[in-house]
Design a protein around this ligand. Structure first.
Ligand code: 4AD
Ligand code: MG
Length: 431
């Protein structure tokens, strides 16, 4: 008898097969026992008829509980009433372990309870759907980059310097070398990589000791940093747009079931696969002030500003050319206005906030050095980074995508904590 996965069941109609998994649901009525079996690839309704199983086996099967592990053999058929749905006519049931009373039930649980039981919560249907979308987004990003001449170039997680300012650094003692920090972004290392490979990316966990307790911040999250030589600001945004639109299309085509489980409005995702809007930070502030925000021209966007800015937009919005004071030291000054830098933030529609931060990089040695000195940065620690401006410097740009933010938007998940298997937040390290 063949071992099969639920997702492949349609290929085996009428043949006896073996499925291995867990009991999602069980009920019986008279001589019939209905078990919903999930095996990681999907779920299927199974129907056992007492005379087919024999009395003893039927009684044993009746004692299966929610989340018990089990092997079920049977013959898949089309569901008599639901189109495109399959049902297994059971021939054998072999319990592996009868689960204790499962703590996650049908009643509503609070977020703390669910987070403390995250090791079990990931089995529930919605969490399964979100994390499968995460998987698809991850591979879609890699596929896009691989097809566009980007080479994977893994950046270190233990680093001697800060990429995104010193206020959110996780610090640790590093033997006799003094302090080391957990990476906030691999960007600075990627800038070395492009001088060897032209275009590179990394994809991995990054860390920020964020004091903010919001639905968009984690202290450990996954970032894809991409960097490209000879790419300037406008092309940098175009690459970001093309990448995100490719990911949207991939999720729509590969995650139809997951999106349906999550009741995600797919019309709004389809509408987002169209040219993105671009506005300068100056224009964004003007627009926001008209909408009642108290933001000023020297300020970053607040969470509410991000919502207001995109409320009338079906597509993500780029906010570009930022005041240099509120952006990182490595961003290239705007040749049209020395008070601005060629940075861009990509803001998702539907209130999901900033998906990407990117910029053209300062490629002039003296300008970069003076900017770093002005910010009192420890120049010695960054000598290697400054070297890149001495040995064949070229115009270059890059960006970082927050994986969980992107998954939250695409899956329509309001809180980022559900978009990663084990979220790390200021008040959460268990399990
Ligand atoms: O805008 P950020 O800080 O940009 C950088 O780190 C650049 N060095 C990237 C680069 O140019 N290679 O972070 C990039 C993205 C944000 O747009 C957001 O999506 C996500 O990372 N992000 C977070 N996601 C979850 N929790 C947090 N605390 C996050 N901080 C940033
Ligand atoms: Mg940012």
């Amino acid at each position: 008898m063949q071992d099969v996965f639920v997702k492949d069941i349609e290929k085996y109609l009428g043949q006896e097969v073996r499925l291995k998994g867990w009991v999602r649901n069980i009920r019986h009525s008279g001589k019939l026992l209905f078990i919903i079996l999930r095996d990681g690839t999907g779920e299927i309704q199974t129907v056992a008829f007492q005379p087919d199983l024999g009395e003893k086996a039927f009684e044993t099967a009746k004692h299966l509980t929610l989340e018990s592990s089990v092997i079920i053999c049977g013959i898949p058929n089309l569901h008599p009433k639901q189109e495109g749905v399959y049902e297994l006519q059971v021939t054998q049931v072999q319990p592996l372990q009868i689960a204790d009373e499962y703590p996650i039930g049908k009643k509503e649980h609070g977020p703390d309870f669910l987070l403390s039981n995250r090791h079990l919560w990931i089995r529930s249907q919605k969490q399964w759907a979100i994390l499968r979308i995460r998987h698809t987004v991850y591979y879609a990003i890699c596929n896009y980059l691989n097809e566009h001449n980007f080479i994977r170039f893994d950046s270190p997680i233990l680093t001697p310097n800060a990429c995104e300012g010193t206020t959110t650094l996780f610090e640790l003692d590093y033997f006799d070398e003094g302090k080391a920090y957990l990476s906030q972004s691999g960007q600075l290392y990627l800038e070395t990589g492009i001088m060897s490979f032209g275009r590179v990316y990394d994809f991995g966990p990054v860390f920020r000791a964020e004091r903010s307790k919001t639905r968009k911040h984690l202290t450990e999250f996954w970032m894809m940093d991409a960097e490209a030589a000879f790419v300037e600001h406008d092309e940098n945004m175009q690459i970001q747009e093309d990448l995100i639109r490719y990911v949207i299309r991939t999720v729509l085509s590969e995650c139809a079931l997951e999106l349906q489980i999550l009741e995600r409005n797919t019309e709004s995702l389809k509408a987002a696969d169209a040219p993105f809007k671009r506005m300068t930070h100056y224009e964004a502030v003007e627009l926001l002030r008209q909408k009642g925000s108290d933001i000023t021209h020297s300020k970053d966007l607040g969470a509410q500003d991000e919502v207001l800015l995109t409320e009338d937009s079906e597509v993500p919005v780029f906010v570009e050319r930022w005041p240099k004071e509120i952006k990182a030291f490595y961003m290239k000054r705007d040749p049209l206005n020395p008070n601005l830098v060629l940075g861009d933030d990509l803001i998702a529609p539907e209130g999901f906030g900033e998906l990407i931060g990117g910029s053209q990089r300062e490629d002039d040695y003296e300008l970069l050095l003076s900017r770093m000195q002005a910010e009192n940065m420890p120049i010695d620690d960054y000598q290697w980074f400054l070297d890149l401006r001495k040995y064949g410097s070229v115009p270059h740009s890059g960006f970082g995508v927050g994986l969980e933010r992107l998954v939250a938007w695409l899956s329509g998940t309001p809180h980022i904590r559900e978009t990663i298997p084990f979220p790390r937040m200021i008040y959460r390290i268990y399990p």
